[in-house]
Design a protein around this ligand. Sequence first.
Ligand SMILES: NC(=O)c1ccc[n+]([C@@H]2O[C@H](COP(=O)([O-])OP(=O)(O)OC[C@H]3O[C@@H](n4cnc5c(N)ncnc54)[C@H](O)[C@@H]3O)[C@@H](O)[C@H]2O)c1
Ligand SMILES: [Zn+2]
Length: 462
Amino acid sequence: MGAGKSTLGPQLAARLGRPFVSVDAVVEEQAGTTVPQIFADRGQEAFRELEERAAIEALTRRVPAVVELGGGALGADSTRVALAEHAFTLLLETTPEEAWERVSSEDRPLARDPGEFWDLFVERTPLYEAVADGHARDLDGAVLAAAGVHVWEGAVDGLAGLIPGEGSVELVVDAGVEPLHGDRARAALAERLAATHVVPAGERAKTLAEAERLWSTIRLDRGGTLVALGGGSTIDLAGLAAATYLRGVAWVPVPTTLLAQVDAAIGGKTALDIPVGKNLVGAFHWPARVIVDPELLGTLPADELENGLAEVVKTGLLAGEPLWELDRGAQVRRCAEFKAAICLRDPYDLGERAQLNLGHTFAHALEAASDFTLPHGKAVALGLLAALRLSELDGEVRAVEEVLRPEPVRVDREAAWRALERDKKRVDGRTRLVLLGAPGRPRLNVEVDDAIVRAALDALIA
Ligand SMILES: NC(=O)c1ccc[n+]([C@@H]2O[C@H](COP(=O)([O-])OP(=O)(O)OC[C@H]3O[C@@H](n4cnc5c(N)ncnc54)[C@H](O)[C@@H]3O)[C@@H](O)[C@H]2O)c1
Ligand SMILES: [Zn+2]
C-alpha cells in the first residue's frame, strides 16, 4: 500500500504493450461502489472475498496483463498459488515513510493511523518477499526485473546469489577476459562452480567447432546453469550451447563489453557464424538472468568502447533521448531497459524488434565489403548517418557526426552494393529500411528506391 502501484502499473503496461488490470478497480466496478464504502458497509472480510475472486480472474486471463494487486490480497492462499503459477510477481520497494507520505492524504480504510499503518507494513513485508520474483523502485527497474536483467556496479561479486536455482554452474569465459576478470567471477561463484571453459577471444568463438567442444565437455545436468563471461561473441556461443545442450539448460550472460551490456546480452537471441554468413545458425533462448556490471568495462580497450557507443547512439535515437550524454552507468541501464522492453513485446523478432536494425542494413554491407575488417561500431556509425540522411533529420545527423565521428571507408563500391542487395529485406527493386519519422518514432519497412539507397551507400565510401 502506497508503493506507487497505481501510477507505475499503467505505465508499465504501456511499455510492455499489455492491458492493465487494477484488482481494486474491478472490485469497485462489480460492487458498484468504492473500496472504502465496501469496508464501511460490509466489512473487510467481504472485501477480501470480492478481491480474491477478481485477482484469480485477472491472473488467469488468456491474454497476459499487468495486474495491480493490493498487499492485503496475499492473505488468500488461492491468490498466492495463482501468483506462483501464472505471474511474474514484482515487489515495488518502498519505505514505510514514503508509503505513508503517499497514502495519508487519501481515504484508505487501512491507512488512517500512522502507528497501525507502520505495524501493517512490518507485518506484511515477509509475505511480499515470499511471493516476489523480482524487485523494483521505478519504471525502468520494473521492466529490467521483468526481463531478468540486473544492472549494478559490483554485481559480479554477488554472482552466486543472483543465479537462480541450486544446481551446479559452469563458466564459459573469453580468453581475453579470463586473465582480467576470471578469478573474480570464479571466487564469486565459489561452491556452485563445477568447471571453467575458456573460449577464443572475440568473434573466433562463434564457430561450430567451439560449440561442439562445449557440448562435449559440459557436464551439467538439466538443473545446471551455464554462465557466460565475455562480450557478445562469448555470449552468442554460450547461449547457443545452453539452448542446445540436453535440449536446453538455463544460462546467465555476464556481459563484459559495452556492446554486450546494452545489446547482445539482452533479448535471448544466440548465434554462430558459418562459412556462408554470420549469425546464420542460432536459437531464441531467454536467459534465466542477465547480470550487467558496468565496472567490468574498466578494462575495455577504446575501440571496443566505440563499438558499444554506436549502439548507445542507435538506442538513443530510437528512444528519442540523447542517452549518449548520460554517465556510463545510467547509459547502460537505460539502453538495457529500452532493448529489454522491445524484446518483451516482441520476443521472437516478428515485428517491432526490427527497429533495432536502424542503420544496420548499410553497416552490414560495409562490413561485408571490407571482409569484416571494418569494426562493427564504425560501420554502425556510418549506417546511422545514412539512415538519418534518408530520414531527413539534420539535427540527428549532426549529433551522430559529433558523438561518433564517422569517417568514409575505403571499400569496393560494387562489393558493398552487392552485399546490400543480398539483404533479404529487399523486394522488387526496392529496399526496405528502418528509418525515423522523428527521434523516438521509428518507421519499419520503409520502401526506398534502389537509386536513392545506392547514393546513400556511396556517400559512406571514400
Ligand atoms: N545475440 C544478439 O542479440 C547480439 C546483438 C548484437 C551483437 N551480437 C554479437 O556480438 C558480437 C560482438 O560482441 P562484442 O562487440 O561484445 O565483442 P566480442 O565479444 O567480440 O569481444 C571483442 C574483444 O573484446 C575483448 N573484451 C571483452 N570484454 C573485455 C573487457 N572487459 N576488458 C578487456 N577486453 C575485453 C575480447 O577479449 C575480444 O577480444 C558479434 O558477434 C555480434 O554478432 C549479438
Ligand atoms: Zn549492431
